[in-house]
Design a protein around this ligand. Structure first.
Ligand code: GDP
Ligand code: MG
Length: 180
């Protein structure tokens, strides 16, 4: 068995987006296969690590959670430092959280190099009757900004692993491009 420190790629990925949209829940679901219905209080900088198999190579994903700082919009340079991927999350039941995505995107552009890969994630797809953001408007926004769009439910474990796998695959393809 491979030792846990053996890997082919190491990727730093950030979760950003309005408070309450489900960033910590997505991370918890992805890393620990759990879901908690109460608000997950993140204090300080928090990250989770998991390795995944990417076509026979081991990718180690270090995923950082915004630790509640999203309320203060004071995410610092060190948080962004070295991050190759950013997942911007909004809540499908909150049009406000979707409207704030462009501000989050500006934040990424301010702190990260142009090579950073950004994905857009509409979370809480299980709450269909409370949906305030249509697939069409989210896809239109994502296309306009060159982002990959995915809808997830941390609660039902829908598309959560696909989202992180897509991010890892994209980063791996970019690494291959850089190295070739
Ligand atoms: P964060 O502030 O972005 O980290 O959001 P949290 O992960 O703390 O989630 C905020 C609230 O939304 C909590 O009450 C979660 O249980 C709830 N939540 C998160 N993801 C989902 C989801 O996919 N579906 C539903 N129904 N609730 C969710
Ligand atoms: Mg949180």
């Amino acid at each position: 068995m491979a030792a846990s420190n053996e890997y082919d790629f190491l990727f730093k990925i950030l979760m950003i987006g309005d408070s309450g949209c489900g960033k910590s829940s997505l991370l918890l679901r992805w890393a620990d296969h759990e879901f908690k219905s109460e608000f997950i209080c993140t204090i300080g900088v928090d990250f989770k690590i998991r390795t995944m198999d990417l076509e026979g190579k081991i990718a180690k994903l270090q995923i950082w959670d915004t630790a509640g700082q999203e309320r203060f919009k004071t995410i610092t340079n060190s948080y962004y430092h070295g991050a190759q991927g950013v997942m911007i999350v909004f809540d499908l039941t909150s049009h406000d959280s979707f409207e704030h995505v462009s501000a989050w995107l500006s934040e990424v552009q301010r702190h990260s190099p142009k090579t950073v890969r950004v994905m857009l994630c509409g979370n809480k797809s299980d709450l269909a009757s409370r949906r305030e953001v249509t697939v069409e408007e989210a896809v239109e926004f994502a296309d306009r900004h060159g982002l990959h769009y995915i809808e997830t439910s941390a609660k039902l474990d829908h598309n959560v692993h696909s989202a992180f796998t897509k991010m890892a695959t994209t980063l791996r393809e970019q690494r291959i491009l850089i190295e070739s």
